[in-house]
Design a binder for this molecule. Sequence first.
Ligand code: F6R
Length: 637
Amino acid sequence: MNLENIRYKKPGTFEETRFEKIHNVIFKDSTEPSVLIAHEIANLIKEKEAKRKPCVLGLATGSSPIKVYEELVRLHKEEGLSFANVITFNLDEYYPMDKSNIQSYFYFMHEHLFNHVDILPQNINIPDGKVSADDLYQYCIDYEMKIKSVGGLDFQLLGIGRTGHIGFNEPGSHFNSGTRSITLDHITRVDAAPAFLGIDNVPRKAITMGIGTVMGAKRIVLLSWGNNKAEIVQKTIEGDITSEVPATYLQNHKNTTFILDEGAATELTRVKTPWLVTSCNWDESLKLKAVVWLSELLNKSILKLTDSDYNNNGMSGLLTEEGTAYDLNIKMFNRLQHTITGWPGGKPNADDSNRPERAVPERKRIIIFSPHPDDDVISMGGTFDRLVEQGHDVHVAYQTSGNIAVSDEEALKFAEITQSLCPNCDETQSIINFFRIKTDNDIDSEKVRKLKGLIRRNESLAATRYLGLNDKNVHFLDLPFYETGTIKKNNIGSEDVAIMKDLIDKIKPHQIYAAGDLADPHGTHKVCLDALFLSIEALKHNNYMNDCWVWLYRGAWHEWESYQIEMAVPMSPDQVLKKRHAIFYHQSQKDGVMFQGDDSREFWVRAEDRNRLTAKKYNDLGLADYAAIEAFKRYYF
Ligand code: F6R
């Protein structure tokens, strides 16, 4: 794609966008569009510079624009893009908030952009989180006036919150609101909690530009990545304008483009149910998706769907291709039926033509990659158990140490026990001393991180032993990208990939299981998956990789849709219990853990609910009634 593709076009102009009220473009992932948007901004800066005019940019913080800033920095360093004529206004800042605080948006902007380009410090405007309460009202009016005095915003970059906020304009914000102080919505605070190491530390208030301020921009680009945003993106683009979803006000802006990745676009009508929008090219997976959707919509099992059910729901084209509902139903029912197996490593001596896995080799070498030291049992504990029981050579590789998710109280408990056993141990004493003086802003010392990592390591070993695995088959990769001591992780590096590649090359697996869960709120799963994909890319020319099948499970936050599942492993009630016990070994992650998100259920409850729901969905489609099912989708390379 090029810049022309993302230029504003009136939404609803084409048949496929007829449900849409905001122009949007969908990309596979965030990398390519972030570069394109950075180039749009760079061109604007240069155009303005040629006219000897300032370029006024409205900027956002958060995870969405990070790659745009990376590319702008690259353009400055490698291609001489100058920011000398740029004036910036940031959307918002927490209140109260000190500039030096690593959670401040002031800090974020300097770290990601301003420290690396030649912008004049006096041209940077970020709401000041330290203005006194008495001065705040006037301060906001002045911020607004300052934007007007430089000619208004030429370009506004936005992200969107799950509440539908833009800037920090939370639900209830008025369409003509200006810069002001605002109380943050609970969901927004939950989403910010990881960065603040717990919701209690997240400020309750913020200063934000208003909807009116943003709407005054000549061009607006909103970026949204990942499944987590899919629902709010759909409401914003297709719903009615309402103060309950403040981003819907953008429907009235004449030059707004939403840039989405496939995850964020999943709920749009043209993506979710394209047959309701226009005529489709029906490949086998789209047929299954449509039939499952129809069955769920009408609350009827697949084999009971009739010709008129299809005709009345936008699928007459499909029936014309397939003949009758009867033929189509049976075909799709069988397809789903063939995903079910109690032999995830393949059934020995069985005809495998309609099974998800190969019968040979009978005893497979298998690596289960687990981003954190517990995703293996949470997401595929039942399948893990079967693979071991059915005699495969199973290895587990924990990709990160997971140290950041161990609370100080938990770590102190272990340090104190160790000290009781070994009163003269200096290392333990230094850890205990560290906790005595630690403040909210302090990053854990290396020793503390080591202790926290060890806690998770030993919990993992307890769980894998319980599932019958030998310790020598358990690998702790401690990928370096994760070891920053803070929530913000480094980008994936060649060292990470090298570690993954080494293990794969050593084991030469017939099966790899990995977390394909891109809705992980902190992005660790995504980086771990990227590291796997890069490793596979580098190794795929080796002969043994021709025999390697990759299966993706989803982590604690999300499940595959029924139509996406390519292997469904049923669990008996006893296996559900065994899985629960395996999860229990991860004691530091029980009882209100640090990174719970907005789902207050413990991980074992989430896992059970999810596996039960997958089984129920299969049953509702007309398949057998299982207690629980774990689901996988194959990754082809
Ligand atoms: C940030 C801001 C917010 C974020 C939104 C999305 O300055 O104003 O509206 O854009 O909360 O945050 P991320 O990008 O972290 O998903």
